[in-house]
Design a protein around this ligand. Sequence first.
Ligand code: FAD
Length: 312
Amino acid sequence: MFKTNVKLSDHSNYKIGGEAQYFFQSNKVEEIIKAVKKAKQEKLSIFVLGGGTNLLFDDQKFEGLVIKPTMNQLQQDGNKVVVGAGILVSDLLDFVADKGLAGLEWAGGLPGFVGGAVRGNAGAFKGEMKDSVIEVTSLDISGVEPKIIKRNNGECNFGYRNSIFKEKGDQEIVLEAVLALEPGNKEEIQKVIDDKIAWREARQPLDHPNIGSIFKNVDWHLVPNKWQEDEELKTHLKTDPFPVLPAATLIDKTGLKGEKFGGAMVSPKHPNFIINSNNASAEDVRSLIKIIKERVHDKYDIWLEEEVMIVK
Ligand SMILES: Cc1cc2nc3c(=O)[nH]c(=O)nc-3n(C[C@H](O)[C@H](O)[C@H](O)COP(=O)(O)OP(=O)(O)OC[C@H]3O[C@@H](n4cnc5c(N)ncnc54)[C@H](O)[C@@H]3O)c2cc1C
């Protein structure tokens, strides 16, 4: 029932990655359950893939099964929207703007699937997925028998780029979410979404394959006292979603803009992005990540933490 030797670079926004031993894509929950059971019987490790916009696959073959759930339901129920994990966030935004439902405008230009956005509690411009989610249906694949679970917002343990789905070590597949929105004006909603897209186009290196911000911004409370007193650094403090020092600022001030390793490069346009500038390998990107972490640590005594998923 699985495809074999599928090129993962074709499923990655980075265009990086070796083959998957087995690959399965479906928009039907029963088929996903069947695939999980089969993988368990065969003792295969499982990796769940969304839009591939926040992960770095390895250059080597992935030994196991990559499952890409593409559940594609998208229904309005009053001010609520029921959305499948495989819907592109951009398609969800087109839908809600057309229905005159407000609350997700912050996500204008956010790439990837709804499942990935829920799992990582994606956020931007002071908005996060957790602000709209009222229920998530997932498939627990930790045991022999996959189990469907429904959780309300509180039970999802959402945090900064975090959720129970991430905390559980990716033993749950997000299948569907119910979002609560508010009635709004169609044109105004679309305008805000378009502004966010334009903001990203002006500041992010979207002309090269990339996976968004490599590192999380740094909780201001974890910044060493000496640097908290630095007047210049203080001017970069952001309060989204809480007081943070942007990783981009630290990378920039360490002089790493434009730094290269093989085909990977720290974007001169946005230094928290590492772009695939010339057929980069996963090893190139990992090496550059290591260089950035060490150089920032040497200067600021801060260890940057990856926001992206590095698949090994
Ligand atoms: C140009 C650019 C800009 C970006 N800007 C932002 C931003 O502003 N804010 C932000 O938060 N992120 C941003 N990102 C990162 C990324 O777009 C989001 O994190 C997105 O929500 C990831 O979704 P995905 O479907 O692509 O996930 P993938 O990259 O496919 O997967 C990411 C992780 O989620 C897991 N996963 C995926 N689908 C599921 C599922 N259905 N069930 C369980 N686990 C799953 C995967 O196993 C993996 O660990 C940006 C990325 C790019 C390329």
